[in-house]
Design a protein around this ligand. Structure first.
Ligand code: FUB
Length: 348
């Protein structure tokens, strides 16, 4: 195991400097869905025949820009919706604030939502008062909220970026995890250790997590398990394979009987995917869904609406390349006849 050495300038600062230079010359394939606030990390679902998007709400902050993500100082969530592709997008306003989450101190990062029996559940990561990321859940009667948070985080939850998948048998699965600022590396032993130790390049990469949700949607119904991501030889992807190893932002969708597990590669800035035959995996790496966007982070979700598939993602074009001020976007996602996802280039 290795302790990650940091150079004088953080990866985030370096990328932001480059992006501010190139922001004005890029010709994006999609416009921000809204431009009156900054939003990121869009998780999209179709409820009541409308697309609902559950994003992070990016804000200005005095926090330093670093590879821990301190600059992502978000404190609340908004919900967006639209009923027509290319049509008007409604911002339903603030639906949950950190002050209304008893256990959470700060950094309300990438959320997701699920519906069961007419109730809506918002899952979100935040740092607790000990600085440890946990996952919380909040409940609403409508997809657009407002949401009321449970008093405690989900038991045995940790790290960031929850994504909820409803399987055909109406079981719900929570996928989560993120390295570096997302703290997944601190849980390698199963217990929290406040030290950032990573596998060596030739060792298997740190793995994203999954747990089936309980009937009431408020707890894990089983121990947290690893999601295995394999290469073409059936071997676990290695920690030094930065173009393919899991970094953060997991998502699961099903297409033509296969499960597609997709995620961000973090420091190589791609959204990639792997496929398998079960919601637990293993998943075999397949390829790139989205090439790098303007910004240090990339994050996505995938949803089907009225017979077409869409990728929801973010970039920093509206803010001129500022890494902590992102905007959610969407673009059509297509498959070839073998079920391979055609790579999307975010700029022409
Ligand atoms: O928005 C804060 C963090 O940045 C998210 O949790 C990550 O996925 C990355 O997008």
């Amino acid at each position: 195991m290795l302790t990650k050495t940091r150079s004088a300038k953080s990866d985030a600062e370096r990328i932001q400097e480059q992006d501010i230079q190139k922001a004005s010359s890029l010709n994006a394939i999609s416009e921000p869905l809204i431009n009156h606030i900054y939003t990121a990390d869009p998780s999209a679902h179709v409820f009541d025949n409308k697309i609902y998007i559950y994003p992070s709400h990016d804000i200005e902050s005095d926090e330093p820009i670093n590879d821990n993500g301190d600059q992502y100082a978000m404190r609340d969530y908004h919900v967006l919706s639209l009923s027509q592709i290319g049509g008007e997008v409604t911002d339903h306003g603030c639906v949950l604030d950190v002050d209304d989450v008893p256990w959470a101190e700060k950094q309300m990062w990438a959320p997701d939502a699920a519906e069961k029996n007419g109730k809506y559940y918002l899952y979100f990561p935040a740092r607790d008062y000990e600085g440890i990321f946990r996952l919380g859940v909040a409940i609403a009667d409508k997809p657009e909220g407002p949401f009321k948070a449970e008093p405690k985080p989900i038991e045995n939850s940790f790290s960031i970026d929850p994504a909820i998948f409803q399987n055909d048998d109406d079981q719900y699965y929570a996928y989560f995890g993120g390295i570096w600022g997302g703290q997944l590396q601190r849980w390698a032993s199963g217990e929290y250790i406040a030290e950032d130790v990573y596998p060596a390049d030739a060792e298997p990469a740190l793995l994203p997590k999954v747990a089936r949700l309980s009937e009431d949607m408020l707890a894990f119904s089983e121990p947290v398990q690893d999601i295995q991501i394999l290469d073409e030889h059936g071997e676990l992807i290695k920690a030094g394979d930065n173009d393919r190893r899991f970094f953060e932002g997991p998502w699961l969708h099903k297409y033509q009987g296969k499960y597609y597990f997709s995620y961000s590669t973090g420091d190589t800035h791609k959204i990639v995917y792997a496929t398998g035959d079960s919601p637990y995996g293993p998943f075999t790496y397949q390829g790139v869904i989205l090439e790098p966007v303007l910004g240090w982070t990339t994050h996505h979700s995938i949803a089907e609406y009225q017979g077409k598939w869409y990728l929801f993602y973010h970039d920093c074009s509206l803010s001129g390349g500022q890494t902590h001020l992102r905007s959610v976007k969407m673009a059509e996602l297509t498959y070839d006849k073998h079920g391979a996802i055609n790579t999307i280039k975010p700029y022409k």
